[in-house]
Every structure is written in C-alpha cells, then in structure tokens.
Design a protein around this ligand. Sequence first.
Ligand code: FAD
Length: 432
Amino acid sequence: MHVVIVGTGPSGLILALLLSRANIRVTLLDGASTLDDRPRAAHYAPSAIRVLRDAGVLDDVRSKGFIPGAMMWRKIDGSPIAGLKDTPESRGEDGLTVLPLNMLGKVLLSHAEREGNISVKWEHKVVDVGQDEGGAWAVVEMRDGSEVRVTGDYLVGCDGANSRVRKALFGDVFEGKTWDAQIVATNVYYPLHDFGFTDINNIIHHEDYYMAAIISKDGMWRVSYGEDPKLSYEEVLANQPAKYERMLPGNPKPGDYKLTNVGPYRIHQRCAESFRVGKITLAADAAHLVNPFGGMGLTGGIVDVGGLAECLIGIEKGVADEDILDKYSEKRMEKWREYINPISSDNFLRVSATDPEDPFTTDEFLKFCREMEEDGTGKMKRDFDASVYDICHDFTQYYRDAPVSKTPATAVMNGTTAVNGVEGHASNGIKV
Ligand SMILES: Cc1cc2nc3c(=O)[nH]c(=O)nc-3n(C[C@H](O)[C@H](O)[C@H](O)COP(=O)(O)OP(=O)(O)OC[C@H]3O[C@@H](n4cnc5c(N)ncnc54)[C@H](O)[C@@H]3O)c2cc1C
C-alpha cells in the first residue's frame, strides 16, 4: 500500500510513522520549504501520549520535554479556586507531556527521515485532489508553476485549519462557530513560580482571563490571554505591555520579562461534514477545530491519526474492508461532537464567563474538582483519570475475527477532561 499524506505538520508526521512501522509506504507533501516553527501547541494529553508511544517517538519527546505538576484555576489576584494537584509522578506512564510544537516537529521529522518507507517532499503545494477506483491523487503545484500528480492507494488531508483537501471535498463548508474573542499566545521568560503559580494556571476573569503554563525546561512560559477581537495585530502588540502589567502577578513592566513571541488567533469550534470521501480522509485540524483552552486540539488530532492508522493497517493486512474508513469518520466525528467540542467550549467559558466570586455554583467542573480534593477515598480522582481516554476509539475491534473483549490497555480507552484548562488547540489562523 502507498498512502499520500498532505501536510508535514505533527498529525501528518505521526500518521506517517505509524504507517511506516507497519511497512506501509508513505509520501508526505508539504507546500512549505520546512517545518512550521511557530510556537503553537505545547501540551499533549494521555490519549495522545499512547499514540506517540506507538509511533516510536515518546522517549525522545519526553527527553526533550517534561511532565508538568499541578493545574489550578485562580482569581485574577492569583488566589487558588480549585485544581488538579497532580505531580509528574502521579500522572503515570501516559502522563500529560509538555513540548512546544516547533520542538515536537523536529523530533517527529528526524524519526521520519530515518524511515526508508517515508518520503518527505517539501515545496509541494497541493491545489486539488482526485480519485477513481484505482487510487487517490494530489495535484501538486511545483515552485516553477508546473503541476504534477502524486498518486497513492489512499490520500489523507493533514493540511491544517485551511485544508485544501477539505475544501476540494466540501468547498467552504466547515460547520461550527467562531467565538467573539481573540486569544493572544505569548512566550515569555518571567518567573511565575516565584509568585506561587503552579505549572499550569487558568485565571478566571471576564476581561483579563488567561492561561499561564511553563513550557520549557529553561523556564519559558506560555501566557495566552483574551483580547478585544476588534484589535488589529499592531494594536494587539501595542496593548500587550499594559495587559501584562494589569493581569500578571508582580505587575511587570517590559524590562521585567523577556518576551519571545506574540501570536494573536481567532478561535473556532468547527467540524467537517465527513472525515471520509472514498479513498480520501481528513484528520486533525483539517477535520476539526476547537479553541485553545483545554488541550483538546492536537491531542484530538493525534488520536485521529492513531485511529486512522489502525484502519489503514487493517486494510493492508487484509483483516478489514475499505468500509472501516466509514467507521473512522463516524466514530471520530462522534468523539468530537460528544466530548471534544463541548468540553473545550466549557473550558473557554470557564475562564472567560464564570463568576470568579461564585465559581462553584456557576461551574460544575470546578465544583467537581473541589469535591475530588475532599474525597478521602481517592475514587473520584481515579474515575476522573480513567475518563481522560474517553476521546479514543479502538478500530481494531472492526477487524475480521477480532476478539470480542479487549484488555483495558488496548480497548475503548478514551480521553477527555484530564486536560481541562491546559492550553490546547487553537484555530491556527483559519480563514473562514
Ligand atoms: C497558540 C496555540 C496553542 C496551541 N496549543 C495546543 C496545545 O497545547 N495542545 C494541543 O493539543 N493543541 C494545541 N494547539 C493546536 C495545534 O497547534 C494544532 O491542532 C496543530 O498544530 C494541528 O496540527 P496539524 O498537523 O493538523 O496541522 P498544522 O500544524 O497546521 O500543519 C499543517 C501542514 O500542512 C501544510 N499545508 C497546508 N496547506 C497545504 C497545501 N495546500 N499543500 C501542502 N501542504 C499544505 C502546512 O505547511 C503544514 O506543514 C495550539 C494552537 C495554537 C495556535
């Protein structure tokens, strides 16, 4: 089998590694000349960690990144409301892991380049896709303006929020909504631990809500805050020092911190109308978008490609029919609708619309966190930790002669709420 993947972002690379390990040949096509190194995602939840392990990259990811400690919700004065008081040890082997996306991309690409089955083609901008009974192809615009066709048995669109593959299948239809908000993602060196902040912090405030999490071993923090959606990029930049001074503990002025990145994003909740049309499938941002609060974005995308790999490997081995790709579309869309979309929406509303003076009557999850802290039996926390796998779906159960029941390690283990409040998936500047 030969699979053409459009997009050498994290989802495309992980899918390529999973397929290559099953001896499936992969061609990755990307319109850019190298990896997108803008700092975007940083937190990957347990459901995604399993897929990274299957792709053979987890040890490298963990050696460059780290497993964070506690996640708290706080008032604007920094005082704690409720939280998940995990330690790196208590998070276990699938523990939420932090590594900025630009660094994750390098790890993934270095692994892909060592695989004889994977061919990475930069400056291959896909302008259209097509298919017939024999296979699926990408129409690629080369640097000199000429067009070539790259054909495989299957084609996967992992080409991000503005996916050309999705547009070729469904035009501009990408159902959902755009929030009346703008999130500004900044990377900054400022010692927030010194002010009592834990590794991940969500500050609840109607105007100055933000998320602050340490994202590198050398002390860089991601601070993502809400901003007036009417502000232009230049106005966002101009307003940033005043925002920081007003909202961060210690009321820092520009000389007090080292700012390394400012990236404004509009945020969305959107899902394609299907993740499969014949031999062409969609995954990750090409298929769905959520707002950045809650770490459900790329995490959800990584879980997509884990499932899609199971489907394609099943077809390759002759233990599944092509119809398994309908299951892929049906189940991944179901997980988005039932878990990823509502939970990520709640995550955003928790920081931006909850009353910080009365959080427990207005927010069920914060109430739950407080009860979990008070539960001496530890049962609530155990149940909560198990629920983090709710976004997964085991597609090997549709293989012919699949065992009727599965061990918990490989069965329908799914991932949701554990990452509530961690910054996650943003919209990557989608133009809709
Ligand atoms: C500020 C911010 C913070 C975030 N934090 C988190 C987080 O903590 N956790 C989390 O899980 N998620 C997070 N996300 C979301 C995460 O970054 C995205 O979900 C993820 O990058 C999507 O990966 P992808 O592979 O689907 O697409 P992308 O990363 O967008 O990659 C798409 C690739 O396709 C290529 N491409 C595009 N069009 C074409 C074409 N026509 N032809 C060929 N190639 C093409 C691009 O060059 C690119 O290489 C965050 C996002 C932002 C913006």
